[in-house]
Design a protein around this ligand. Structure first.
Ligand SMILES: Cc1cc2nc3c(=O)[nH]c(=O)nc-3n(C[C@H](O)[C@H](O)[C@H](O)COP(=O)(O)OP(=O)(O)OC[C@H]3O[C@@H](n4cnc5c(N)ncnc54)[C@H](O)[C@@H]3O)c2cc1C
Length: 196
């Protein structure tokens, strides 16, 4: 690590606005060292953002001090995706499970990244709808992790995989810019197709 941990952690606390959502104690961060694949890589700090603006501020701090950042859902990945192989910051999205809205007229769901996948299907069922993708880990994995992995699973042959169900995304770039791609409609053909 060649960055000043004390300064960066103070800046991260300011970015999140709540010291309870910036974890540094070994007993708190150890479980972020692995996923369902192989290898153990301990992060230096774990941040638990609950809003887009918080993510923006965190990645800006990371950029300013050249600290690696890795996003994480519930760590069920089989690919090593959420592992902080060069240390740095793990962005734990699991607390940001606060938005799960179904619009039955438009046949869409609007969700925050930490929502557990099976909850989307359960909520859709209330309207006589379904959210089919189930990477066999739907009861424990997050929609953010599913998107990043384009998770499939046993229902994929009949219904398709995660990306077939994504209409629009709000993204924070590595520079800390917010971009929106796609939208609420299937036919959304102007501009670049960044979503896919
Ligand atoms: C028993 C079991 C069976 C499985 N079967 C299948 C299967 O049949 N098919 C299949 O495709 N997969 C399968 N998987 C893997 C599945 O893809 C993952 O479980 C799931 O997609 C990861 O979700 P997660 O919330 O655990 O994400 P994590 O494991 O925490 O992260 C996965 C990736 O997503 C990124 N990420 C997480 N959140 C965000 C975010 N908000 N923004 C940007 N990036 C983010 C991480 O950086 C990482 O690269 C299985 C897993 C298990 C444990």
């Amino acid at each position: 690590m060649d960055w000043n941990q004390e300064i960066v952690i103070q800046k991260l606390i300011e970015a999140v606005g709540n010291p309870a959502r910036v974890l540094t104690e070994v007993q708190d961060i150890y479980s972020y060292s692995f996923d369902a694949s192989f290898g153990v890589y301990k992060p230096d700090v774990v941040c638990q953002p609950m809003a887009t603006e918080e993510v923006v501020e965190i990645v800006k701090v990371a950029g300013q001090y050249a600290v690696p950042v890795v996003a994480r859902g519930t760590g069920t990945s089989l690919s090593g995706g959420p592992l902080p192989v060069r240390g740095g910051i793990v962005l734990d999205f699991t607390l940001w499970n606060t938005k799960l809205e179904i619009d039955p007229d438009d046949l869409i769901a609007v969700v925050s990244p930490g929502v557990i996948t099976s909850k989307i299907n359960e909520k859709a069922n209330e309207f006589g709808l379904m959210y089919p993708p189930d990477p066999s880990s739907a009861h424990v994995s997050t929609i953010g992790g599913n998107l990043a992995e384009n998770a499939g699973g046993p229902r994929g042959l009949k219904y398709g995989v995660t990306k077939d169900y994504v209409l629009g995304l709000e993204i924070v770039t590595a520079e800390g810019k917010i971009i929106k791609t796609g939208g609420r409609t299937v036919k959304n053909v102007t501009g670049y197709d960044l979503k896919n």
